[in-house]
Design a protein around this ligand. Structure first.
Ligand SMILES: Cc1cc2nc3c(=O)[nH]c(=O)nc-3n(C[C@H](O)[C@H](O)[C@H](O)COP(=O)(O)O)c2cc1C
Length: 348
């Protein structure tokens, strides 16, 4: 194993350790969901037992509009986590996001692991993952496509993390050429491409550009949940007063503004970044997300109460979502939109 591989492994280990704690939350900035309440419908006509939350995700029908967000790819530390998450994804029948495959691209020691993940996840869609900073450097995408084949991935996610790269020791804050690389990747990829942030959100303008390139989905991964600036600042043992800790567009803002692009483009919109409760998930959906996704709370639940805990958590969240739909007179997800929300400031 070369020095760079060792470096990636120990970095992933530190990321996982820090994300087990709440030290890496945003400080002042929130996801913005707390500004909203649901518009109560005393005259609801909804048959709650007839609400169907299942949804198509790139050709496969899944049981909930929820994705286990990308966390670990191929590293020894991540193997067990991915396996448990795959079991949870199979039981829930929801998509499973893998973390960056950067390290796995350099070795074939995870080939067997990926086969097991695919088998364990059963029919659940699997999202492969690679960094934008990495695709710029790739001379050919073939090794990446070959690896995605081994995982039998359904979608390829490209994560954009300029803030994290900027603050990371030995980070690679060079995204020059990212648009061209993404365009090339979209053209050559046998799988649909989904682009995500990691906690700083995506602007409507950038989303428009991405959709123009042919990207099939956008995961806003907005501000208000895990601060990746915070993670890197803690890893660097720097002052926690760093003003970049809270950088980014709040998740609710990103979802609401990007959802407006539906008039012009067909795409899947994922609302993530600080989705830590059933009400957060419901508000993300009502603001215009097709799916919601969570990362750190899933990791923490897995560590505290194994995959059974993750399964219970998500089932409970979506039982609540059904109750919220009942109370807002929304028989299905299509009728559960912006008009079902009210800004709390309008109460006064
Ligand atoms: C332990 C951990 C590892 C992560 N690794 C990746 C990764 O490899 N690729 C990626 O796209 N996002 C990664 N993320 C970011 C998440 O997918 C997510 O976008 C971000 O943490 C915001 O969601 P949250 O507030 O629910 O944690 C990771 C998150 C966690 C908690």
């Amino acid at each position: 194993m070369n020095e760079q591989s060792e470096h990636i492994i120990s970095r992933k280990k530190e990321h996982l350790e820090l994300c087990k704690t709440d030290e890496v939350k945003f400080k002042e900035k929130t996801s913005g969901f707390e500004q909203y309440d649901f518009l109560h419908a005393a005259l609801t006509e909804v048959k709650i037992d007839k609400i169907d939350l299942s949804k198509k995700f790139f050709g496969k029908r899944v049981s909930y509009p929820f994705i286990i967000s990308c966390m670990t790819g191929g590293t020894t530390e991540g193997e067990n986590i991915n396996l448990q998450l795959a079991e949870a994804a199979a039981e829930l029948n929801v998509p499973l996001g893998l973390g960056s495959l950067r390290f796995a691209l350099e070795t074939n020691i995870f080939d067997e692991h990926f086969k097991v993940i695919r088998k364990t996840a059963k029919d659940a869609p699997i999202l492969g993952n690679i960094g934008g900073a990495q695709i710029i450097q790739m001379k050919s995408f073939k090794p990446l496509f070959h690896l995605l084949d081994k995982v039998e991935a359904d979608v390829l996610v490209v994560h954009l993390n300029p803030l994290q790269e900027l603050l990371q020791k030995n980070g690679e804050p060079n995204f020059h050429g990212i648009t061209k690389s993404l365009e090339k990747l979209v053209k050559q990829s046998p799988l649909p491409i989904l682009v995500k942030e990691v906690g700083s959100g995506i602007s409507k303008k950038n989303a428009q550009l991405l959709l123009g390139l042919g990207v099939a989905g956008i995961d806003v991964a907005g501000a208000g949940g895990t601060s990746w600036a915070g993670v890197e600042i803690l890893r660097n043992k720097q002052s926690t007063e760093n003003p970049f800790w809270d950088w980014g567009l709040p998740t609710s803002y990103s979802i609401k503004s990007i959802a407006e692009l539906r008039k012009k483009h067909k795409f899947i919109l994922i609302g993530s970044g600080g989705i830590n409760s059933s009400f957060d998930a419901a508000k993300a959906l009502a603001l215009g997300a097709d799916f919601t996704a969570s990362a750190r709370i899933i990791l923490q639940t897995l560590i505290n109460s194994q995959q059974a805990g993750v399964v219970s958590l998500i089932k409970e969240w979506f039982e609540d979502v059904k109750k919220i739909m009942f109370l807002t007179d929304s028989q299905n997800l299509c009728s559960f939109g912006l008009e079902k929300l009210i800004l709390k400031k309008d109460f006064s």
